[in-house]
Design a protein around this ligand. Structure first.
Ligand SMILES: *[C@@H]1O[C@H](CO)[C@@H](O)[C@H](O)[C@H]1NC(C)=O
Ligand SMILES: *[C@@H]1O[C@H](CO)[C@@H](O)[C@H](O)[C@H]1NC(C)=O
Length: 339
């Protein structure tokens, strides 16, 4: 933040003490906002977020805090993961092999923050720190991490918040890493499975405080027969005209972004959150709001909306995760269980 801007902000704060609705502060913040952030901003912010979280953990922890690792009855190891190089579609193959390259050839579990392009940057821990603080993660809370990769988040969430994590991922090398290096130091459980097809009854209703999928669901299809924006629903499929599942039936579609988000929310306890981040990356070509329609997420949860069990919000990630201005304008889907 530049000095001039700080002065504006501070003077607005003084005025705001008289008019606490803070109209001027609001104006000042708006003026400061749409500028993007630098890596040094993110460094400072991450240190602050983590310090706050650790301090809070210390104050909240008690002898009664649950400390046992989660012990869900996951499906058999490797359930649903393509075997012997047999994939349902070319794009499924592409995503699987890309993550396999990150896990095995580039060994990003040891060398970086996990299975992200180039191993990711400080943005990875920063996203998790913001989410944990936002939902008020407390010692002993259970977290479901969809697409847990190497398990870094399970270690961070324990260290920062005292939370316990179950992580699910389709890359065997990454899950083996998490089991070898994270399980001994944090109350965690990691299961090797395909999250797109294997989230079922083994995952109890309303059992976790927070369910996360951080840069994961966009790799799944948005509808039964639709993967990407553009004339061909599946790249190189040669197919041009596929049917669109009607709104009311989206949550019953197989292996879709909606279905996985729906299962995550099903597992979210009263007052808890489901957080699906990094939607609309890659110029939005896998964003279901583009490939299926604007009402995708509302349609996905139309029953829960009708029963007033859910609040849905779609939030720009620019400010909350301090994105750079040249990055894709991504959004987070945040779901809160009200009943
Ligand atoms: C979750 O709740 C629904 C509705 O009450 C019920 O039909 C379903 O069997 C439950 N699933 C599990 C895994 O407990
Ligand atoms: C696409 O499918 C719809 C519904 O099945 C059909 O009415 C329409 O004629 C098809 N269009 C083309 C170009 O094949």
């Amino acid at each position: 933040m530049r000095h001039g801007e700080l002065a504006v902000l501070l003077s607005a704060l003084v005025t705001a003490s008289q008019d606490f609705v803070g109209k001027q502060l609001g104006e000042a913040l708006k003026a400061l906002r749409p500028r993007g952030y630098e890596e040094t901003d993110r460094e400072a912010f991450l240190v602050s977020q983590v310090s706050l979280a650790r301090q809070r953990r210390q104050l909240l922890e008690s002898p009664d805090t649950p400390r046992a690792a989660p012990s869900f009855l996951c499906p058999a190891p490797g359930a649903g993961v393509p075997e012997g190089g047999v994939y349902e579609t070319e794009i499924e193959k592409w995503h699987f092999q890309r993550h396999q390259m990150w896990a095995e050839d580039q060994d990003l579990c040891h060398r970086s923050f996990g299975l992200w392009t180039r191993g990711g940057s400080l943005s990875c821990p920063l996203r998790y720190a913001v989410i944990g603080n936002f939902v008020g993660l407390a010692p002993g809370d259970l977290v479901l991490d969809i697409g847990s990769g190497c398990g870094h988040m399970g270690a961070w969430f324990h260290d920062w918040f005292g939370a316990r994590t179950i992580g699910l991922d389709f890359q065997p090398a990454a899950v083996a890493f998490a089991q070898k290096y994270v399980v001994p130091v944090a109350p965690t459980q990691f299961c090797w499975m395909d999250v797109a097809s294997q989230l079922g009854d083994w995952l109890p209703n309303r059992s976790v405080k927070l369910a996360t999928a951080i840069s994961v669901l966009q790799y799944l299809r948005s509808d039964a027969e639709r993967w990407e924006a553009g004339p061909e629903p599946w790249p190189s499929s040669g197919v041009r005209n596929v049917s669109r599942t009607p709104c009311q039936k989206l949550s019953r579609t197989r292996k879709t972004q909606c279905r996985v988000a729906w299962e995550m929310f099903r597992a979210t306890a009263l007052g808890g959150y489901t957080w699906v981040a990094h939607n609309s990356v890659y110029q939005g070509k896998w964003d279901p709001k583009l490939t299926w329609g604007k009402r995708y997420w509302n349609c996905c949860f139309h029953e829960e909306l009708k029963r007033q069990e859910i609040r849905i919000s779609e939030v720009s990630e620019l400010d909350i995760f301090m994105s750079g201005l040249t990055w894709d304008p991504t959004y987070s889907l945040i779901l809160r269980r009200l009943a």
